[in-house]
Write a protein that binds this ligand. Structure first.
Ligand code: HEC
Length: 110
């Protein structure tokens, strides 16, 4: 039921992503969990509480697709150290991505 509600809110922007084949619809619960993980996994220390930048760059809007995103998180990039599976799981990275993608949409103020 909650999934259905979440769907009806973000339809226009999500429809575009889906048409692009970029990412299946993320339920609001997943986005919320992504936000928590973003904090718990320490991303927030460098990228800021709403991923819009701190010591590290803003991640919004996110131009990378998920395979590219997870590769960057695992391998690291520039001054960002790679994050091992013990620190953050693939599933958690997926949720973080959904959180950031949601922020990247015009209505994504959260
Ligand atoms: C120690 C600070 C630090 C932490 C912790 C950190 N990052 Fe970064 N991150 C950076 C910096 C600095 C860059 C820019 C690297 C460069 O391009 O030289 C970056 C770049 C990135 C990029 C690439 C941005 C782009 O599109 O070019 C992504 C994606 C990213 N970080 C995601 C994450 C995620 C997700 C986490 C948490 C699991 C995280 N980062 C944790 C410092 C950090």
């Amino acid at each position: 039921m909650r999934r259905v509600l979440a769907l009806s809110c973000g339809v226009p922007a999500l429809t575009l992503l889906i048409q692009m084949g970029a990412w299946p619809i993320a339920a609001q619960d997943d986005v919320d969990r992504g936000k928590r993980t973003f904090s718990e996994a320490g991303c927030v220390m460098c990228h800021g509480p709403s991923a819009r930048g701190g010591d590290g760059p803003s991640l919004v809007p996110m131009a990378r697709d998920f395979p590219d995103f997870i590769r960057v998180v695992r391998e690291g990039i520039g001054e960002m150290p790679g994050q091992a599976e013990e620190e953050v799981t693939d599933e958690q990275i997926e949720r973080v991505y959904e959180f950031i993608v949601r922020l990247s949409q015009p209505s994504g103020e959260r």
